[in-house]
Design a protein around this ligand. Structure first.
Ligand code: HSE
Length: 350
């Protein structure tokens, strides 16, 4: 049976997933039994289109790239245009909602409402929006559980690098006592450019041009983006109900070129580290610049690359490094969730 998908939001990440579903269709079906059919797209800027029997994805991508509007999709019997996000979630025949809207991370909206509405209507959700997990993890996870639906959010921390699923599944059975990592690409890029002699301002501008930075880069440089990711790790992996206000947070804005140079001369490097530590059952988290020995594996992580280290009681320290952003990488994170969902459907859990 096919998985019917509705995209809520259809920017670069959503389009990257749609593209993967077309280009990998045969392999995904052969290897994972994934037969995904896109039935709806609803985007606040690009319009909406729905057909219960499925849309031609190649045509959909061509239309949105050429015209900027999905409503230029050719008319055909049964095609409906103009449904808003909530109507699409509630009334389309999709069983999987891909929630990739432009969401305000401070309020988590509209993504939180989209997730809640989907679960209330017994629909599964995959999302790359941090807000719903950082701000409403327990409420939404309980609701999804109660309604017997799936909620995937692998891409919220380190995009397609499996920073959430790897510790939960592959490292299952360990007690993870500490997680620390470089979870923001923009700031790591700025710090490593400053190590090469570039100014803070020029490096930030370059990070913006390269598309690493958030729409408002304050979230990157003040550590807020890393703090949301620390909250997600604390809640999901450490099972600790931390909120952003529980995480001490300091960004990189006070680090000067002189401080970076002085560190290098002393064989050290500044890195913006998120650290989540469990001690005597209590979980604490912080985000702050830390001075690392140059031979520390995290000091060797350069540019926009992310890295995360899990301190496991049985397996020892395990480090994972890879992209933390990027359209294809983040689109791929949704594909991991989709494949995982498909496996659960196969086991008749959903
Ligand atoms: N602005 C973020 C970063 C993007 O620089 O890592 C991914 O959340």
């Amino acid at each position: 049976m096919s998985t019917k998908i509705a995209f809520i939001g259809f920017g670069g990440v959503g389009q990257a997933l749609a593209e993967l579903l077309v280009t990998r269709q045969i392999e995904l079906n052969a290897s994972h039994g994934l037969d995904a059919e896109i039935v709806a797209v609803s985007d606040v800027m690009k319009g909406a289109v729905y057909h219960p029997d499925g849309l031609n994805v190649t045509k959909l991508l061509d239309v949105v790239r050429e015209t900027g509007s999905v409503e230029e999709y050719p008319d055909q019997p049964g095609l409906i245009k103009g449904w808003d996000s909530l109507k699409t979630i509630k009334e389309s025949n999709a069983d999987m909602i891909v929630e990739v809207t432009f969401t305000d991370v401070n309020t988590g909206e509209p993504a939180i409402t989209h997730c809640r509405t989907a679960f209330e209507n017994r629909k599964s959700v995959i999302t790359t929006n941090k807000g719903p997990i950082a701000l409403a993890y327990h409420e939404l996870a309980d609701l999804a559980d109660k309604m017997g639906v799936y909620w995937g959010f692998e891409g919220t921390v380190m995009s397609g690098t499996p920073a959430l699923r790897m510790p939960m599944e592959t490292l299952a059975g360990n007690d993870i006592t500490e997680i620390k990592g470089i979870l923001n690409g923009t700031t790591n890029y700025i710090l490593t450019e400053m190590e090469k002699g570039q100014s803070y301002e020029a490096s930030l501008d370059k990070a913006k041009q390269l598309g690493y930075a958030e729409a408002d880069p304050t979230s990157d440089v003040e550590g807020f983006d890393a703090r949301y990711k620390a909250v997600i790790l604390a809640n999901y992996i450490m099972k600790a109900p931390l909120s952003s206000s529980d995480v001490t947070c300091k960004g990189i804005t006070e680090l000067t070129g002189d401080m970076v140079n002085e560190a290098l001369q002393n064989n050290k490097k500044w890195r913006l580290l998120a650290r989540i530590t469990k001690q005597d059952g209590e979980v604490k988290a912080s985000v702050q610049p830390e001075l690392l020995d140059a031979d520390d594996p995290l000091a060797g992580v350069a540019g926009a690359t992310n890295a995360i280290m899990y301190e496991c009681d049985l397996a020892g320290p395990i480090m994972l490094t890879g992209a933390g952003a990027g359209l294809t990488e983040t689109g791929y994170s949704l594909l991991i969730d989709l494949i995982h969902y498909q496996k659960q459907v196969k086991l008749a859990k959903i």
